[in-house]
Design a protein around this ligand. Structure first.
Ligand SMILES: [Zn+2]
Length: 466
C-alpha cells in the first residue's frame, strides 16, 4: 500500500511516488526569526515532523530541509527598536525556535539553511532569471516579471487576470506591472546590506526558498510544505521563480496545513490573542500540546482553548495510564490463558488499521482513534484475571511503536517518573525512621497530588496510580 498525499496543486489525493526510490526530498518553509514563534507556526512544525516520521517509519530516507529567514524588514525593525544587530537577534530566536519545537518533539532538520549563509546562491539565481528574461533590474531593485511565467496562479488556482484586478503598485516600487514581485531590494540608509551586481541591497523574501531548495535538494523536489497562508503569494512565487530558472517542475506535491483559531477567533495582533509556543510549553505538558495538534487532521482548522487542552490532557492520560498499567503487570503475568492468539491478532489488526489511516494523507486524527481502540482492548485484557506475558509485551510494544510514529513518548517520562517515585518512597521511609513525620507526610501528600497512592503493608510500601 502506498501513501496518498493531498496535493494542493491538483486538489486531489495522489499516490506518493518518490523521485528516487526510498527517498523523500522535502522542503518546509521555516520561520522569520525576529521573535518567538506563535502557536500558528508550531502547527506546521509538528505536522510536517509527523509526516517525516511516518515516511521514515515506512522505510524512506527523508531529506528534510527547513529554512530560517534571518534577514528581512521585521528583523531590521526589531534590531532598530532593540538597539541590537540583526544577526544577534536572528541567532537568539533560531536557538529559541529549536528549543521550543524540540520540546514539542520536533526533530532537527537535515539542513537548516539561512538566507545570510546562502547569499551567493540567491544572487546567482536572480542573475539566471534576468538572463532568461524573467526578471529585470529597476533603480537598484530587481523584480520578477510575473506575466512572463504562463502558469502563474496554478497553485492557488487563480487566473492572472483575477490577480491583476486587485494589484497596485505601492509608493517607492519601481515595477513594470503591479503583479511583479521583488527579488532584490536596494538598501535603505544604515541597513544591513550585501554587494550584488545591482548595488548594495538584500533579497526579497520568496527568492530564498527557490535558491535554497535548489542548493540542498535539486531542481525538482518531492514535497514542498508550509502553512496554508503561504500558498499565495509565497509558494506561487516560488514556483514561478524555480520553474522559470530551472526549466523543470519544482515540487511534485504541495502540502498545506490549516489555520489555528484561538477560542474560535482568528489569531491577530489587533485582537491581542497571540499565543507564543515559548509560553505554551511552560504552561502545558509539551507532549499534550503535540497530541492536541495531531488530534485534528492537518488540513482542517483547529481551535485552541484552555478547555480543549484540558480535554486533550485527559485523553492522552488514558493512553499513558493504560501503558503504565501494562508495564506494572508485565512481571506478574501467569501465562495461563488459552485465548492469547486471539488477543495477538486483535493487536495486529489495530496496527494495520493505524497504517491505513496514516497512509490516507496522514490522517493522524483517525490514527489516534485507532490508538484509543488499542488502549480499550488493553484495559479489557488487563481486567482478565490471568494474563499472558506475550500479549502484555505485544500491547506495550505496539503502543510505543504507534505513538512514537506520531512523535509521542510513553516510556521515557514514565521511567523517569518511576525512579522519582521510588526515590521519594525511600526518602519517606528514612524520614519515618528518623521520626520526621512532618516530612514523611509531606512526601505522601506530594505523591497524592500527582495521583500516586501509597499503601503501607507488612512487606513495605507499595504504590499505584490513582
Ligand atoms: Zn518558502
Amino acid at each position: 500500500m502506498s501513501i496518498k498525499v493531498f496535493n494542493t496543486l491538483t486538489r486531489t489525493k495522489e499516490p506518493f511516488i518518490p523521485l528516487e526510490k526510498d527517498q523523500v526530498k522535502m522542503y518546509v518553509c521555516g520561520p522569520t526569526v525576529y521573535n518567538y514563534i506563535h502557536i500558528g507556526n508550531a502547527r506546521p512544525a509538528i505536522v510536517f515532523d509527523t509526516v517525516r516520521r511516518y515516511f521514515e517509519y515506512k522505510g524512506f530516507e527523508v531529506k528534510y530541509v527547513l529554512n530560517f529567514t534571518d534577514v528581512d524588514d521585521k528583523l531590521i525593525k526589531a534590531a532598530n527598536e532593540l538597539g541590537e544587530e540583526v544577526p544577534d537577534i536572528a541567532n537568539r530566536f533560531i536557538q529559541a525556535y529549536k528549543e521550543d519545537v524540540g520540546a514539542l518533539g520536533v526533530k532537527e532538520a537535515v539542513h537548516h539553511p539561512r538566507v545570510t549563509e546562502n547569499m551567493d546562491e540567491i544572487i546567482q539565481f536572480i542573475e539566471g532569471l534576468i538572463e532568461k528574461g524573467f526578471a529585470y533590474e529597476s533603480g537598484g531593485d530587481v523584480y520578477f516579471r510575473t506575466r512572463s511565467f504562463d502558469e502563474y496562479g496554478k497553485l492557488s488556482h487563480q487566473s492572472i487576470d483575477e490577480l491583476r484586478s486587485g494589484a497596485r503598485i505601492e509608493v517607492g516600487e519601481k515595477k513594470e506591472d503591479p503583479l511583479d514581485f521583488t527579488l532584490w531590494k536596494e538598501a535603505k540608509e544604515a541597513e544591513i546590506t550585501w554587494d550584488s551586481p545591482w548595488g548594495k541591497g538584500r533579497p526579497g523574501w520568496h527568492i530564498e526558498c527557490s535558491a535554497m531548495a535548489k542548493k540542498y535538494l535539486g531542481d525538482t523536489i518531492d514535497i514542498h510544505a508550509g502553512g496554508q497562508d503561504l500558498t499565495f503569494p509565497h509558494h506561487e512565487n516560488e514556483i514561478a521563480q524555480s520553474e522559470a530558472n530551472n526549466g523543470e517542475s519544482f515540487a511534485r506535491y504541495w502540502m498545506h496545513n490549516g489555520y489555528i483559531n484561538i477560542e474560535n477567533e482568528k489569531m491577530s495582533k489587533s485582537l491581542g490573542n497571540f499565543v507564543l509556543a515559548h509560553d505554551l510549553v511552560q504552561k502545558y505538558d509539551p507532549q499534550v500540546i503535540r497530541f492536541f495538534m495531531l488530534s485534528v487532521h492537518y488540513r482542517h482548522p483547529i481551535n485552541f482553548s484552555d478547555e480543549l487542552m484540558a480535554g486533550a490532557k485527559s485523553s492522552f492520560d488514558r493512553i499513558r495510564n493504560a501503558f503504565d498499567n501494562l508495564q506494572h503487570r508485565r512481571g506478574t503475568s501467569l501465562n495461563l490463558t488459552d485465548d492469547h492468539d486471539q488477543w495477538l491478532n486483535e493487536i495486529t489488526k489495530q496496527k494495520q488499521q493505524f497504517v491505513l489511516e496514516m497512509d490516507d494523507d496522514f490522517n493522524t486524527a483517525n490514527a489516534i482513534s485507532v490508538i484509543f481502540e488499542l488502549t480499550k482492548a488493553a484495559n479489557l485484557y488487563l481486567q482478565s484475571e490471568q494474563t499472558h506475558t506475550d500479549v502484555i509485551d505485544q500491547f506495550i510494544e505496539t503502543l510505543e511503536e504507534l505513538t512514537s510514529v506520531l512523535g509521542l513518548q510513553l516510556k521515557q517520562d514514565d521511567e523517569l517518573l518511576d525512579e522519582e517515585i521510588d526515590a521519594l518512597i525511600e526518602e519517606r521511609k528514612q524520614a519515618r525512621k528518623d521520626r520526621n513525620f512532618a516530612r514523611a507526610d509531606e512526601i505522601r501528600d506530594d505523591l497524592k497530588a500527582r495521583n500516586i497512592i501509597l499503601e503501607d503493608t507488612a512487606q513495605g510500601t507499595r504504590w499505584k496510580r490513582g
